[in-house]
Design a protein around this ligand. Structure first.
Ligand SMILES: Cc1cc2nc3c(=O)[nH]c(=O)nc-3n(C[C@H](O)[C@H](O)[C@H](O)COP(=O)(O)O)c2cc1C
Length: 495
């Protein structure tokens, strides 16, 4: 069971492992905090940043950015895993973590830390929180980036948590931008088709397990609340909404309750997005009219910077978590011989490229993996490049993957294209932007040719005998570094 019970508990653990920087110098919500975050994000494993002196805001109103960043340790801490795992080991362990499901537990409004302050309708002012303007051409200040938006399916009563961006449009209103096909959009449409407004809760200042699960796609009959409980090893404590029929996390930092109406659209965006571009141009977008705000004393607003690699908040955690989900999808579909799956973090938010390594078991195996990895539910959105490699290639090592593509793939025979696949308005590659929800995918077979597997050129490898000889004499060669480890040897013909 995870010991920390909220964002503050997790931050304390992060500080213990030396990965928190407290910024006491005055900083500006207007591009300065995001600028610092962008630059710190360039450093592998750079610290989480807690800003506690924000221009125009009283002390205690804090912002946490570079939350998980490029630190496998912070991601492991968030998911209750050992801290020193490789990415592939984390992916394997996460598959089991995601299988655990524990339903939430309702607690009283009075007992919930997030209810230390409750502000109702007329007094609502969302600008009391130091929301960031992140990029120069952003359309406004974004309060919702590392958030969880909670909606309910009017037909099944199923609660969904999703991370969707939210721009402040006025003191009592935030944007509600959701990409086509995402759960909150499907819920919203269903309410409106029934002639009813859509109730929404938004959580800002989520604990990292809630953030990770909200950013993941779970099947529509699985509530993210159950998945978060599964990670924590105990039920998520939730309260019944004050003005909505929705459940919100009792330990969150800030929660808003509100209503989205079909005829209420406001200008939203542009916003510097996960690809490192201002995705779609600004446009009219549904909004949430805020009816109630709950928040803790000295609230911490979490902020996820969207940027080019490596400074994009979601790249590493999302790439790792998505890899585990894709592997699971392939397993559920009965695909044999999977040795590793990697949703490459640098490929635009961990969305753009998926590598799968397999032990080829039969004719057509690689083609099956490519087709199913391209369209399984965890990978169907956005992914542009799907690459299958043999089991001797570590899919988390992109240089090994490139080597396999350059030595085992014959482009004229081994590349297929899928057209009109699921994409997003944010993809800058299609114009005019109205066409962007339709994407395309490249399927690359970088495995040794199955038909000629036995005759395929042998890989050059050191024998174990040679390796050990060199290892023994290493110091005598006068080299100043350790002898590198290697993962496989050529069978020694003399042994
Ligand atoms: C930091 C961050 C911001 C995101 N912003 C958006 C967004 O504005 N709109 C959107 O549709 N998806 C956004 N996503 C992706 C969704 O959170 C993700 O696709 C998730 O699966 C959505 O939940 P759902 O599957 O329940 O719809 C974002 C993800 C992250 C990590």
């Amino acid at each position: 069971m995870i010991e920390w019970k909220d964002l503050r508990g997790w931050i304390a653990e992060v500080e213990k492992i030396g990965e928190l920087a407290r910024i006491k110098e005055e900083t500006d919500w207007d591009e300065e905090i995001s600028g610092i975050t962008y630059l710190v994000g360039k450093r592998k494993g750079g610290p989480a940043l807690l800003f506690d002196n924000i221009k125009g805001y009283s002390e205690g109103y804090r912002v946490l950015s570079n939350i998980l960043g490029s630190s496998t340790k912070r991601i492991a801490l968030a998911m209750g895993l050992p801290l020193n795992l490789s990415e592939l080991e984390m992916i394997k362990m996460l598959r089991d973590v995601f299988k655990n499901k524990i339903p939430p537990k309702i607690v009283s409004e009075e007992s919930a830390p997030v209810n230390e302050n409750i502000v109702m309708e007329g007094d609502v002012d969302i600008t009391i929180f130091p929301a960031l303007k992140m990029w120069h051409h952003d359309g406004g200040r974004y309060i919702g980036t590392s958030d969880a938006i909670i909606t309910k399916d009017p037909e099944t009563g199923h609660h969904n948590l999703g991370t969707y961006r939210q721009m402040i449009t006025n003191k009592k209103q935030v944007g509600f931008y959701v990409s086509p096909g995402k759960d909150a959009l499907l819920h919203r449409e269903k309410w409106w088709q029934q002639g009813k407004p859509c109730e929404v809760i938004a959580v800002y200042g989520t604990d990292p397990a809630t953030f990770i699960c909200s950013a993941m796609g779970f099947p529509s009959n699985v509530s993210e609340y159950d998945a978060i409980g599964g990670i924590m090893g105990r039920p998520v404590e939730v309260c019944k909404g004050k003005v909505t029929d929705l459940l919100y996390p009792a330990n969150a930092e800030i929660v808003i309750e509100g209503i989205a109406y079909p005829d209420n659209l406001q200008p939203e965006g542009p916003f510097g997005e996960f690809q490192g571009y201002y995705g779609r141009p600004g446009g009219l977008t549904p909004v949430i009219d805020i009816k109630c705000i709950h928040y803790r004393n000295n609230p911490i607003l979490t902020a996820a910077l969207m940027a080019d690699h490596p400074s994009c908040e979601q790249n590493l955690f999302f790439g790792i978590a998505r890899s585990a989900k894709i592997w699971d999808d392939l397993d559920r579909m009965g695909v044999p011989g999977i040795k590793g799956v990697y949703s490459v973090p640098s490929a635009a938010g961990g969305f753009g490229m998926v590598c799968v390594s397999i032990e080829q078991r039969r004719a057509g195996h690689a083609a099956q993996v490519l087709a199913l990895a391209a369209q399984c539910s965890a990978a169907s959105y956005y992914t542009k490049w799907i690459i299958v490699v043999d089991e001797d290639i570590d899919p988390t090592d992109i240089e090994q993957v490139i080597w396999a593509m350059s030595t085992r793939c014959h482009p004229a025979d081994d590349i297929d294209i899928q057209r009109n696949t699921w994409s997003t308005y944010l993809d800058p590659t299609r114009n005019p932007p109205e066409e962007r929800p339709y994407g395309s995918k490249t399927l690359i077979n970088a495995c040794k040719e199955h038909k000629y597997l036995k005759a395929f050129s042998k890989r050059t490898r050191l024998t174990e005998q040679t390796y050990k000889k060199v290892q023994k004499k290493w110091a005598k060669y006068g080299l100043s570094f350790e002898v590198p480890a290697i993962d496989a040897f050529e069978p020694d013909i003399n042994s």
